[in-house]
Design a protein around this ligand. Structure first.
Ligand code: CP
Length: 297
């Protein structure tokens, strides 16, 4: 009964549990039919997407561009050097023009599409999501914000450790506290990484120095001392622990032993960026119904 055709996907806050589940189901279905069954599904034939990027990107760009093409559509990759956006033309006017010329616009601001890939990866690995505990160890950044807005809706608990001064946004934390309570799940905040890792199934981190924060690099690296994920961190986690990272990765935040260990799901997570953005685009642009049985989440 879920129908997402015509919806915008700006933040996971706007999406109900059955809607997130539906996107993951369509994503898993496309992965199965295209990757494993070798089917050609031109579900987006005749459609186009404007992909607007202001910063470098490997995963977001390539997963969207190749995914849209694989489904028979035409992706247009656009940087500020390619279009008039905000220079010779107002953002408002460019938006109206693109609305008339393309079917979909992708603009990288928040990062909810990363979380779809993380959820699909965990569901593939554990067989379901409900009851899992995720430990976020690192910066209180946009990825953490998206996790806070989505995990409770899928029955996943969250333990957060951030250095002092790098906590998640206070308003989002307040909203998340209500969401976790509403869905009967648990969110706890700590200042020690080992406390967050204790008993958790999934250890997650991200870069300590995001694009645009290079000037603060020295200070940030000093402030994050003790937050590197190592086998010592994993030693207090649940026995079935795994590791996620949205990439690109630096060795400061996770050492090689964990990052390249068999418990690390990072490269499947990166591949799932493609199947989940494809699933999302199909949900927004078509009436497609998946053929595989509904996912148990
Ligand atoms: N994780 C992620 O968004 O990677 P890119 O910056 O390479 O797109």
């Amino acid at each position: 009964s879920v129908n997402l055709k015509g919806r915008s996907f700006l933040t996971l806050k706007d999406f109900k549990p059955d809607e997130i589940s539906h996107i993951l189901w369509v994503s898993a279905d496309l992965k199965h039919r295209i990757k494993h069954q070798g089917e050609y599904l031109p579900l987006l034939q005749g459609k186009s997407i404007a992909m607007i990027f202001e910063k470098r990107s490997t995963r977001t760009r390539i997963s969207t561009e190749t995914g849209f093409s694989l489904l028979g559509g035409h992706p247009c990759f656009l940087t500020p050097q390619d279009i008039h956006l905000g220079i010779n033309e107002s953002t408002k006017d460019t938006a109206r023009v693109l609305s008339g010329l393309t079917d979909l616009v992708l603009a990288r601001l928040y990062h909810p599409i990363q979380i779809l890939a993380d959820l699909l990866t965990l569901n593939e690995h554990y067989g379901s999501l409900k009851g899992l505990t995720v430990a976020w160890i690192g910066d209180g950044n946009n990825i953490l914000h998206s996790l806070m807005m989505s995990l409770p809706k899928l029955g996943v608990n969250l333990r957060i450790a951030t250095p002092k001064g790098y906590e998640p946004d206070a308003t989002i934390t307040w909203e998340a506290q209500h969401l976790f309570k509403q869905f009967g799940t648990d969110m706890q905040m700590f200042s020690e990484p080992l406390e967050a890792a204790q008993g958790s199934n999934v250890l997650v981190t991200d870069t300590w120095v995001s694009m645009g924060q290079e000037e603060d690099k020295k200070k940030r690296i000093k402030d994050f001392q003790g937050y590197q994920i190592t086998m010592q961190t994993a030693s207090v986690a649940a026995s079935d622990w795994t590791f996620l990272h949205c990439l690109p990765r630096k060795s400061e935040e996770v050492n090689d032993e964990v990052f390249y260990s068999p418990r690390s799901l990072v490269f499947t997570e990166a591949e799932n960026r493609k199947w989940t953005i494809m699933g999302l685009m199909v949900c927004i642009l078509t009436d497609y119904r998946p053929q595989i049985p509904q996912l148990k989440l």
